[in-house]
Design a protein around this ligand. Structure first.
Ligand code: ADP
Ligand code: MG
Length: 247
């Protein structure tokens, strides 16, 4: 599914959050959005999700204006947002029951997807009985089970410890390779952007404007991002981090 931002402005009252943003996100492409806190990244995802409207300009999905949320464009937040009164299995299965699948079929698939994210055997646990990393794994399973054409990920691993984050990045990359959704990934972690994305858009402080776009070779090998040292240095410099002064 292609997603197009065509000259999009967004204001909240007097506050301009997005400044004439144009971009095309192609089918199956993973694009990372990085930029200073408060610059408007989440606002861009909310417009892609249909939760917010542009003040001017258009957001188009497969050529049609995005007017409201749709299951084909799933948003995953930093906070897992599982229902606390449902087990992990029921939380994940719910995404399919919304698609009018039978409860039994949904439960079977939920078990499969929980195992894809390393949660085999935890179907019957409630969110409060597992760790934050496990809740976020379940949230990813819930996002993927409905096979959305577009995944909108808003700092999905931002609240996790470093090791859990690395392991979930691997899970995400595997799931993306299998299901081939288009992904917009907001992250403040430059390594995460370089590891997961085909392209990285670096934004200015508010109002969000693209300072620079980086296109990365399609398949990267591992978490050792030595090949991308130059890009990392350039992205950090655009974000105002003086790498040389630290080293
Ligand atoms: P980011 O995700 O890049 O940190 P956001 O897109 O969340 O930034 O927010 C950008 C700016 O827009 C912030 O100053 C924020 O306070 C403001 N903002 C976001 N959503 C709303 C809203 N619904 N109403 C008013 N202001 C908002
Ligand atoms: Mg945000």
């Amino acid at each position: 599914m292609s997603l197009v931002f065509d000259n999009v402005d967004k204001h909240y009252g007097d506050l301009q959050v997005v400044d004439r943003f144009s971009a095309t996100f192609r089918t199956g492409e993973v694009v990372a959005l990085v930029g200073p806190s408060g610059c408007g990244k989440s606002t861009l995802l909310h417009m892609a999700a249909g939760l917010e409207r542009p003040s001017s300009g258009q957001v188009l999905c497969d050529g049609k204006p995005v007017a409201k949320p749709d299951p084909s464009r799933t948003l995953v937040f930093q906070e897992h947002a599982l229902f606390p009164w449902l087990t992990l299995g029921d939380n994940v299965a719910l995404a399919l029951e919304f698609q009018k699948q039978s409860k039994a079929a949904a439960r079977t698939q939920a078990t499969t997807w929980l195992s894809h994210v390393g949660l085999a055997g935890f179907e019957g646990y409630y969110p409060h009985q597992v760790s934050g990393g496990m809740r976020q794994r379940a949230a990813l399973a819930r996002a993927f089970i409905a096979r959305p054409a577009t995944l909108l990920l808003d700092e999905p691993f931002g609240a996790l410890d470093a090791l859990t984050r690395l392991s979930l990045q691997d899970v995400l990359r595997t799931l993306v390779a299998e299901a081939q959704p288009s992904v917009l990934l907001v992250t403040h972690d430059v390594d995460e952007a370089l590891f997961l994305a085909d392209r990285v858009l670096v934004f200015s402080a508010r109002p969000a404007r693209v300072l620079r776009e980086f296109t990365l070779p399609h398949r990267r090998k591992g978490h050792d991002l030595g090949d991308f040292a130059t890009e990392k240095r350039q992205i950090l410099a655009l974000l105002g981090v003086e790498v040389d002064a630290i080293a």
